[in-house]
Structures are given as structure tokens and as C-alpha cells.
Design a protein around this ligand. Structure first.
Ligand SMILES: [Zn+2]
Length: 557
């Protein structure tokens, strides 16, 4: 079996697919001429000390080398592009270096050079993804039976080992059960959970970590310096973000952009490639929403439309973005997925954004997702939806203002709700705690008048009214509360509701609806009263909102 250097090239080329990033079409000539496409290979670590961010693994391997206790199987697991194959090759080199074995390969001896070039007969590299059958593993088992030709160890590197067929896996296992003394297996996988437990149990496990943002950015900066490639600090950060923990992904993107920009990474190209237009738009949109800048919203949708962006895609991104903002506002923490850019913006706007508003925005976007998807007028509908978000925010503000005037939490035993001026009067008949202000209609007075009115009438109406403990006069209705021990009165009043309506018409000089409830049972809560307030009502109608009791919902401002 031939060592397979080209495999790595294929892997590097496939990254843009995995990333689903539209990479500009490159002219192969330019790329070759400038040699940018070899940056990743050129900067592949040649020494353990050059390996980025995997010190814990390096230490274990170097300890092995130093002590001479070489295990027959090592299993590297970790996401793509964090250095699994690079480390495997380094280890193979260090094991077979003519100057060694030592903590580092010399990179000068014949063996080191041949391994670097992929021509060393005792280092076999196979890709579990493309050579996954039993035949390959059998062939491999045959070859490890023989002594190494040139080196100390036969090193077999199997990449993507979880892709092997079960049959091949079992054949491999047999070899691992009785390993030839001079054979070292190095298995690598991105999906550790798919590797047979029996294989895992025979291996030294080495878990490679996702490379953090700062580390990636620093690497890219370093390579810029070495390769004399121009890139703005902004571009370096965006590239590091896009790498998403994988140095190889970052370098691949870096190379392609450097080649495309002829030695310079252009901010504009980068924006296009990464779809950062959406990023910036999202940020501008969030600022506009928080400021209530309606004109900016029209402009932003126009921009989105002109740039031919996928409106639905943008809409969903905005949804995720607001969800992240809500998380940030509610917990004060950030999630791992937050980009530094996102974090900076959230910090910037946290004073202006309140969680309730953001929650409603998310709700509103969610409700309209399907409508937008089906719409033939996506652009205009998007404008409407976004404008609605501004109005929703304004509604929340008015509502919170109203809430301050109508405290939601009143003591449970107090049936009286104080009535500030300009609000429909609600005064308790009994207990007599209500104090009257000028211009107010007294429930108590009306009740007395009503009793007098019906006193001359036959029937039990007047007597039944004595069971009323509370009478609330609202704009369009009167609410009578009857003592719980006077349920017969309640029934009488219910039966003669029409007479009551007539009576109120005479006294109040207007038509009202009459509702009768038993005390303590269906008493209107302050929240219901708030909902019945005409101003709140019209806001709720216009904006399809709802009154949320924040004291019970656990939401905090
Ligand atoms: Zn060497």
C-alpha cells in the first residue's frame, strides 16, 4: 500500500464544502504562481513545539518517546483540522528519526525527510473513509508481520478509523490483540463514539481540543507576517471566527482569499465569502430596532434586497441572534457559540434592551416565519414584520407605564382597588375603605340609590342587593360582588338582571352590562382590570399583544 499524500490535499480542498461557504472561483494559475495554496502544508508543524494548542497530547507523546515506552496503539480523537494527522506524522518521524528517538524529530536525517515527503516505506497512511474494506486491512496485517525496512517501527496511521467496515474493524482488532513488537498503530477519528469499544480499550486515548478563537487568530497573524500577506485586524478576527475551532479550515480559507486578493486579504472579499453582509446588517438592524428608527429599517431591508441576500435565511438568522441576545440579557452570561463580535454588540446594547421586548420580538418573528416563507412579497412583508417589532417595543413601554399606575400586586384580602384619576372608578361598598376623590362615581352611592329605586318595587330585588359587598362601575359594565353566604341573593340578582340594567341606566345615565360574581371566587384580578382598560385594550388589539403578569412569570427587567 502506498503512502497517500494526496489524500490530505483532497481533505483541504473539501473544506469549503463542509463549511458551506461560497468561496470565490480561483484561477489555478494565480494560485500556483503565488504558491498560496500550499500555506497549510508549508506551515504544518514539523516539531512538537510548533503544534498549536494540544500541549496535553504533546506531553504524553514526548513522555513516551523519552521513556521508550511505546504503546502499540494510539487513538487520536477530535474535530476536523485540529492537528490529528499532523501529530501522527510527527510521532512517526520522532519514532524513526536517525538522531532519535527523542522528544523532537531532527527533520534533517534521511528518515525524517522521507517521512515528511510521504516516501518512507515503514510509515503507512491509509484513509478509513476511502479504504474501508477488509482487503485493505488484511493487506495491512500482512505488511506489519515483517520487520521494518529502514526504521525502528512500522507506523500505521489510519485516519477516520470509524469509517472502516465492521469486518475490517474486526480484522484490525485481531492485529491489535497480538501486535507485532515493532508496529505502532495511530488511529484518528472525528467520531469517537463510532469506534468499537474493543478497539478503544486497546488504545491510548488522546483527545485533541477545539482550538480557541484567540489561538487561531494569533496563528493566522503569525502566518501573515511570515508570508508577507496583508490582512486587517478585522479580517483576522473574522477568519478566526469562521475557522470555528479548526486551524485547517482557517488556513484553507486564508489561502484562498490571499490567492484571490494577490497577497492581500481584502475585507470586502472576506465579507462576501463569509456572508458577513448579513452579520453587519443584523447588527445595524438590532440597533435600529432598539432606537425605534423606522426609516433605518426601510433602508436596511432595501440593502438586504439589493444585495440579493436570502431574505428567509436572514430572517432565521435574526431569530437566532435575538434568541442569543435574550439568553445574554436573562443570564448575563455568554454561550460558547457567541462570537467576540456578537459579545461586543450585546454588551453595547444591553442597557437599551429589555428581555420582555426581545421575548416578544422572537415570538413575533416565530409567528410570521411561515407567512414570510409563503409570501410572494417577501420584501414588503419583511418591512412590515420589522416595523411591527418597533411598535411592539413601544407598546411594552406604554404598558409598563400603565402597570406603574395600576400596581399588579394588591394584598389578597383587599377587595378595593384604588382608582387614580382618569381611570374608571372602582370603589368598595364593603369593607368601606374606598376614599372618594372629586368627580369619581361612588360604587357605594350607586348601590344605595339602586336599593332605594327597587325598594318600591315588588319582589326581593332590594333585599337581595343588601348581599352585595362590592360594586364596581367601569366604562361599559357594572360588576356586582355578592357575599359567599348570600348565594340565593346572587341567584335572585341573576334572574332579574334586566331590571338591574334598567336601574343602572337611570342612575348612571348610560347603558352598561351587568356582571354578578360571588365574593372571592371570580373576583376580577388587577390584571383583568388592566386588560379591560380601553387604552391597554386598543394597544393589545393593534399589536396583537397580551398582558403578561411579570410577578408570576419570573421575568425580570
Ligand atoms: Zn531525523
Amino acid at each position: 500500500m502506498e503512502p497517500r499524500e494526496p489524500r490530505q490535499v483532497r481533505k483541504e480542498a473539501a473544506i469549503s464544502d463542509a463549511h458551506r461557504v461560497p468561496v470565490p472561483v480561483l484561477l489555478p494559475m494565480t494560485a500556483e504562481k503565488k504558491g498560496y495554496l500550499s500555506i497549510a502544508r508549508k506551515h504544518r508543524p514539523q516539531l512538537f513545539s510548533e503544534v498549536v494548542y494540544q500541549n496535553h497530547v504533546v506531553t504524553i507523546l514526548q513522555n513516551s518517546l523519552r521513556s521508550g515506552k511505546i504503546h502499540s496503539c494510539y487513538l487520536f480523537s477530535g474535530m476536523r483540522g485540529v492537528g490529528k494527522t499532523s501529530l501522527a506524522r510527527l510521532f512517526a518521524k520522532a519514532l524513526n528519526c536517525l538522531e532519535g528517538p527523542g522528544e523532537e524529530p531532527c527533520n534533517r536525517c534521511e528518515n525524517c525527510l522521507e517521512i515528511s515527503a510521504g516516501r518512507f516505506p515503514d510509515v503507512l497512511e491509509i484513509d478509513g473513509a476511502s479504504n474501508r474494506g477488509i482487503d485493505q486491512v488484511r493487506e495491512l496485517r500482512e505488511s506489519v508481520k515483517y520487520k521494518p525496512l529502514k526504521g525502528r517501527y512500522k507506523v500505521i496511521i489510519i485516519d477516520e478509523v470509524h469509517m472502516l467496515t465492521n469486518e475490517a474493524f474486526n480484522a484490525l482488532l485481531k492485529t491489535l490483540e497480538e501486535p507485532p513488537p515493532s508496529a505502532v498503530f495511530i488511529l484518528a477519528t472525528t467520531e469517537f463514539q463510532k469506534v468499537l469499544p474493543t478497539v478503544v480499550s486497546r488504545s491510548i486515548l488522546l483527545d485533541l481540543r477545539r482550538i480557541p478563537f484567540q489561538e487561531l487568530r494569533q496563528q493566522l497573524e503569525e502566518i501573515c507576517r511570515k508570508e508577507e500577506i496583508e490582512a486587517s485586524p478585522w479580517a483576522l478576527s473574522r477568519l478566526a471566527e469562521a475557522s470555528d475551532g479548526s486551524l485547517r479550515d482557517g488556513l484553507s480559507l486564508f489561502e484562498q482569499l490571499a490567492s484571490y486578493g494577490d497577497g492581500r486579504i481584502d475585507d470586502g472579499d472576506l465579507s462576501t465569502v463569509l456572508g458577513l453582509v448579513g452579520e453587519e446588517l443584523k447588527e445595524d438592524l438590532l440597533r435600529a430596532l432598539l432606537k425605534g428608527d423606522k426609516e433605518a429599517i426601510f433602508t436596511l431591508v432595501e440593502r438586504l434586497f439589493q444585495e440579493g441576500d436570502d431574505l428567509q435565511g436572514f430572517y432565521r438568522q435574526l431569530f437566532d441572534y435575538l434568541r442569543d441576545l435574550l439568553f445574554f440579557l436573562e443570564t448575563g452570561k455568554e454561550e460558547k457559540s457567541f462570537t467576540p463580535r456578537q459579545r461586543a454588540l450585546f454588551e453595547e446594547v444591553k442597557g437599551q434592551a429589555d428581555p420582555l421586548t426581545v421575548l416578544r420580538w422572537i415570538n413575533h418573528l416565530e409567528k410570521n416565519d411561515y407567512t414570510l416563507k409563503k409570501s410572494f412579497h417577501k420584501r414588503y412583508l419583511l418591512e412590515l414584520i420589522l416595523l411591527n417589532l418597533v411598535y411592539l417595543r413601544e407598546a411594552v413601554e406604554v404598558e409598563s407605564l400603565l402597570k406603574k399606575r395600576h400596581p399588579l400586586s394588591v394584598p389578597a384580602d383587599n377587595s378595593a382597588v384604588s382608582a387614580p384619576e382618569g381611570h374608571p372608578a372602582t370603589v368598595a361598598a364593603a369593607p368601606r375603605t374606598g376614599h372618594q376623590e372629586e368627580g369619581e362615581v361612588s360604587g357605594e352611592g350607586v348601590l344605595r340609590e339602586l336599593q332605594e329605586l327597587f325598594a318600591k318595587e315588588p319582589g326581593l330585588l332590594s333585599a337581595s342587593l343588601s348581599g352585595v359587598t362590592d360594586l364596581k362601575i367601569e366604562k361599559e359594565r357594572v360588576l356586582l360582588t355578592v357575599a359567599r353566604n348570600r348565594l340565593s341573593s346572587l341567584q335572585t340578582l341573576e334572574r332579574q338582571k334586566e331590571a338591574l340594567v334598567e336601574g343602572f341606566k337611570k342612575i348612571l345615565k348610560k347603558s352598561v352590562r351587568v356582571d354578578i360574581v360571588a365574593a372571592g371566587e371570580a373576583m376580577k384580578t388587577p390584571r383583568e382590570l388592566l386588560q379591560e382598560d380601553q387604552r391597554v385594550k386598543s394597544f393589545l388589539e393593534v399589536f396583537q399583544g397580551e398582558v403578561i403578569d411579570k410577578n408570576q412569570g419570573g421575568e425580570t427587567r
